[in-house]
Structure formats: structure tokens, C-alpha cells
Ligand binder design. Structure first.
Ligand SMILES: C[S@@+](CC[C@H](N)C(=O)[O-])C[C@H]1O[C@@H](n2cnc3c(N)ncnc32)[C@H](O)[C@@H]1O
Length: 302
């Protein structure tokens, strides 16, 4: 169990059959196209045990990959829910000032409670700021009815802007529209693309990545199935006011390792999809074998 699961189980009361019922209600809601439910503590617990582990891990991965080392002191977490992205940021940044925007007061109250409980030294505001270093839309921008307006307002007040969405074709298409919108505003696109040209992926392909998420026994109890892991696919875009040096490209599929060689799929800085095969005899083979889906590659690494 992770820290939040332990907390909600031990501190907020735990009644497995009620949480299971709440999970089933959430599922019915999702299927009917309704928003995440925060109607009661059991629904919050169901969310913490089923969705949170995956979205939290995606946030952590993107923070490790792209944000570590940046001078970030203040964060707008838009559509924060129970504070997933902010909690993940707090694992990496010593002290942050958070601005939590969330339409659901119950979810926002839990986000504040969790953040203050685990990271007492952070400052937490329950509204937007006049300016921040980083704005995160963690699985929330696609829920905004007027996303251009929300995005433009956020961009006007932030240095870095991270948008995370599920790794589906539908969400990727939406991200491409957002990409065009942001590039037209002069934003610097830091990732995943290494270029500003038209996305070179074929119409039936989509840019996404994935993390492996361990399944707790409570996760299995709520969702069923016996597997110890599930894979969470995600798509994202990171924009900045500052330009960035361009790398050779990014791995847009998991490297396929065979007996004596590996096959890579790379989206390059020239906006091309290339699929090189790297043999064991290559000087770079050993280093490339450690690379992961989503990593950026330098000119020297191939
Ligand atoms: C899928 S949840 C994601 C929650 C959280 N960011 C996470 O990653 O776990 C989307 C959140 O956006 C919030 N949201 C949607 N539209 C909103 C709006 N117009 N203003 C504020 N919050 C909004 C929803 O209430 C919900 O909590």
C-alpha cells in the first residue's frame, strides 16, 4: 500500500463492502459519462485505491523526467481532485506554495488535508494565484467546458505548463489541438515532441507512454482480477516560456530487445518516425538497452 492508502484506510475508517459498493457506483458513473464522484468518504477511498495509484505514478514519472532540477516554488494544480499531482510534486520538491483549483469542495478539502498532513511545511491556498512557476492540468483540462479560455488564463500566469491526459486516441487528438493552440501563442514545446512541425505519426497511431502500477490486495478486491500489475497509458504535453536545447528524438514505443539486437521507434527533431535496429556490436548498445519508452535520446546515443 502507498502512503495515502494507508492513511485513508487507518485514519478515515475502512469498510470494505461499502468501499466496493462506492467503486461500483463510480464505474456506473464513468460509463454514463459522469465526472469523478467525491460524494462520500467511501468514493474517495475507492478512488484512492483504484485510480490514484496509476495517476500518481504517471505524475511522478513526468516530474522525474522533466521537472526535477527546475526552479519551481509555486504551483497551480487546476482540477486538483484529491491533490494527486501536488502530492507527487511534494515527493520531489522541498517546499512549494500550492494553489488548488477544484470545483468540488469535498475533493478540494481532502487535497488540503492530505497535503498538510504529509507535507506540513508547504503553503496551500484554495484558489488561483496571480502568477506561478508551474501549472499542472492532471487529467483535468479535457473536463473543462471552455478549455481555450482556461488554458489561456493559465498560460498568462505561468512559466511551465504540464498537461496530462489518459493515453487514448481521443485524448491524444485533443492534445494535438492544444499543441497547435499553444504553438500559435509562441509557447516552447519541451516534451514529448522535439520539434514544432506537424506530428509525423500515422492517423491510426497516437503518441502515448505507460507506467507499470503494482496492484494492492485492496485494488484487486475492488476491481477484480488476480494480476499483480496493471499498465497505465498516458499522453502529455509540457510547455515553457523558455526555449530548450533540442535533443535527437524521443522513444515513442518500448524498445524491443531481441537476442542480438534491439528495435527502436523514435520521433526525431526533424519530425520523422524512424525505426533503427541497433546490434549488440554497436558501442551504444549497452547504454541504449537501459533506455525506456518515453526517454529522449541525444545525437551521441545512437
Ligand atoms: C479526472 S479528475 C483528476 C483529478 C486530479 N487532478 C488527479 O489527477 O487525480 C478531474 C478533476 O477536474 C475537476 N474539474 C473539472 N472541471 C473543473 C472546473 N471547471 N473547475 C475546477 N475543477 C474542475 C473535477 O472536479 C475533477 O476533480
Amino acid at each position: 500500500m502507498n502512503f495515502l492508502q494507508t492513511f485513508v484506510q487507518h485514519e478515515l475508517g475502512w469498510h470494505p463492502s461499502d468501499v466496493k459498493k462506492a467503486y461500483q457506483e463510480l464505474q456506473l458513473g464513468y460509463r454514463a459519462g459522469q465526472r469523478v464522484g467525491y460524494a462520500n468518504i467511501e468514493q474517495i477511498q475507492a478512488y484512492v485505491f483504484t485510480r490514484f495509484p496509476a495517476t500518481y505514478r504517471v505524475c511522478l514519472k513526468l516530474i522525474e523526467q522533466h521537472l526535477n532540477g527546475l526552479n519551481i516554488q509555486s504551483v497551480l494544480d487546476w482540477g486538483c481532485g484529491i491533490g494527486t499531482a501536488s502530492l507527487a510534486l511534494s515527493e520531489h520538491f522541498e517546499q512549494l506554495e500550492y494553489y488548488l483549483v477544484e470545483q468540488d469542495p469535498r475533493a478540494r478539502a481532502y487535497a488540503v488535508q492530505f497535503l498538510k498532513h504529509f507535507y506540513a511545511h508547504n503553503i496551500v491556498h484554495e484558489d488561483a494565484a496571480s502568477s506561478v512557476d508551474l501549472t499542472v492540468f492532471s487529467y483535468s483540462l479535457s473536463e473543462a467546458p471552455d478549455w481555450q479560455h482556461v488554458l489561456d488564463a493559465a498560460w498568462g500566469k505561468t512559466k511551465y505548463l504540464l498537461i496530462i491526459e489518459p493515453g487514448t486516441t481521443v485524448h491524444f487528438k485533443k492534445l494535438l489541438t492544444i499543441r497547435d493552440h499553444m504553438l500559435a501563442k509562441g509557447a516552447n514545446l519541451w516534451a514529448p515532441c522535439c520539434h514544432k512541425k506537424t506530428c509525423p505519426l500515422k492517423a491510426d497511431d497516437w503518441c502515448h507512454f505507460a507506467v507499470n502500477v503494482p496492484r494492492s490486495k485492496e485494488h484487486r478486491m475492488l476491481k477484480g482480477g488476480a494480476r499483480g500489475f496493471e499498465q497505465e497509458a498516458y499522453s502529455y504535453m509540457l510547455f515553457s516560456k523558455e526555449p530548450k536545447d533540442v535533443n535527437f528524438g524521443r522513444l515513442v514505443a518500448p524498445p524491443r530487445i531481441h537476442g542480438g539486437h534491439m528495435d527502436l521507434k523514435i520521433c526525431t527533431a526533424n519530425a520523422e518516425i524512424i525505426t533503427p535496429t541497433v546490434g549488440k556490436s554497436s558501442d551504444n548498445y549497452k547504454a541504449l538497452k537501459k533506455s525506456e519508452w518515453g526517454d529522449s535520446l541525444t545525437h551521441e546515443s545512437l
